[in-house]
Write a protein that binds this ligand. Sequence first.
Ligand code: PRP
Ligand code: URA
Length: 215
Amino acid sequence: MNPGRLIGVDVLVVDHPLAQTRLTAMRNAETDSGVFRAALHELTTMVVYEAARAFATEQYPITTPVAPTMGTRLANPPLIVPVLRAGLGMADSALALLPESSMGFVGLARDEATYEPRAYMESLPGDLAGLPVLVLDPMLATGGSLVHCVQLLVDRGATDITICCVLAAPEGVERLRTSGLPVRLITASIDEGLNEKMYIVPGLGDAGDRQFGGM
Ligand code: PRP
Ligand code: URA
C-alpha cells in the first residue's frame, strides 16, 4: 500500500484523496471556523494514522468469544504534544487514535516583526528518554516554531520525534532538515513557499485565527 509521497528519507506527504478534500476545505477563505475545525479534525486523523505506521507493536494473549489468540498493541505509545494555539485543534483526533497516550503542551507565538517564536508555556515530562513523541502543529512555515519545540524535547532526552502538520513550506522543511534534529515530518502538502510576511503560499492563512478567531 502507498501511504503517500515519500520526499527524501524523513518527509511523508499524505496525498490521499480524502486528505486533499479536507485540505481544500481548510484552504478556502469562504470556509467558516466550524467547518475549518471539523476538516482539521478529520485531516489530523489521516495524518496521524500514517505517522503511526512506523510505531512498534507487540503481541499479547487475548481470548475472543471463540478461542484464545494473540492480540496487538502499541509497544510504546507516544507522548502527544500539541503546539498551542493552532495545534490544539489536532489534539482530540490524535488522542482518539492513541487513547493509551499521554499529552504534553508547548505554547509558542510567532513574533510578527522578527518571525521568531516566543515561548509562553511548556508543560512536559522532565525525562523523555525512550519515549516516542508526536508533535502536532498544522503549520510549518519558516520552521522557527517547530525547531524550537523539537529542541525542547531533545533537551529532555527525546530521540524519536514525529511532527504531524497540515501544510509545510519548503523553507521550513529545509530548516528542519539542516537543524540535524532527530525528526520525521508527516504533512498533507508542501506548498510553494513563503510570502514577505512569512505566510505559506497558497497556504490557508493563520491557522490559529481561522480556528479560534483573531487575538
Ligand atoms: C503558527 C503555527 C506555527 C507557526 C509556524 O502559530 O501554528 O506554530 O505559526 O510558523 P513558523 O514555522 O514560521 O515558526 P502562531 O505563532 O501564529 O501562533 P498561534 O498558533 O497561537 O496562532
Ligand atoms: N502561521 C500560520 O498560521 N500560517 C502561515 O501561513 C504561517 C505561519
